[in-house]
Write a protein that binds this ligand. Structure first.
Ligand SMILES: [Fe+2]
Ligand SMILES: [Fe+2]
Length: 197
């Protein structure tokens, strides 16, 4: 894969992969009945990943600013990060094995776009592995205490925040670019075949 289109490096998708996006720009999606079903579920999943990432970032920021832990600080981080990582793993699995092949068969002109999105998944999964390891390490160092954090606890939170900061922007870019290809395709096809998806 050409590095020009690498996640975190590229500025948007190749123009020739956006012909359906031009026909169905983002602002028009919600008003289209063809979004119902798979399109709505897709956007709902993506919104959940964005929301939970934001929540993890906000929780880490609060911990760093207050420099105090509560008994639930570690367990709450574990819950939210597990939910994000587990959800993403399942979501990408369904995309890789079911939807991407089906969409490429339905619209061969978008094969290149799906190859780019598939490469994104590999990159995100490497980042996820790193985040999972950082989470384990941080939670072990954070322990379950209440009160002012020790130097090591603060450094543990800083390390986890750095790891989250590496994943969050590439995840946001992937979700947005994927929507720009997938949602217009769903809108286009669902109008012709309501069973599409
Ligand atoms: Fe994806
Ligand atoms: Fe997705």
């Amino acid at each position: 894969m050409d590095d020009t289109w690498k996640l975190g490096t590229r500025k948007g998708l190749p123009k020739d992969q956006l012909f359906l996006t031009d026909k169905h720009p983002r602002g028009t999606w919600k008003s289209q009945p063809a979004l119902a079903g798979i399109g709505e579920i897709w956007l709902g999943n993506h919104d959940y990943f964005r929301a939970i990432s934001k929540r993890i970032g906000a929780q880490l920021l609060r911990l760093r600013e207050e420099a105090e832990t509560s008994y639930d600080s570690g367990p709450a981080l574990r819950r939210h990060i597990s939910s994000l990582l587990g959800g993403l793993d399942g979501h990408h699995r369904v995309e890789d094995h079911h939807y991407f092949p089906m969409f490429q068969r339905a619209e061969p002109r978008l094969v290149r776009g799906f190859e780019i999105l598939d490469a994104d998944h590999h990159m995100i999964h490497d980042a996820i592995d790193e985040l999972a390891a950082a989470t384990q390490d941080t939670l072990r160092r954070l322990g379950q205490t209440e009160g002012v954090m020790t130097g090591d606890q603060r450094r543990a939170v800083d390390d986890l925040a750095a790891s989250v900061d590496r994943v969050a922007p590439i995840l946001r870019q992937h979700l947005a670019d994927e929507e720009d290809i997938v949602i217009p395709l769903i809108l286009e096809r669902a109008r012709q075949d309501p069973e599409f998806g």
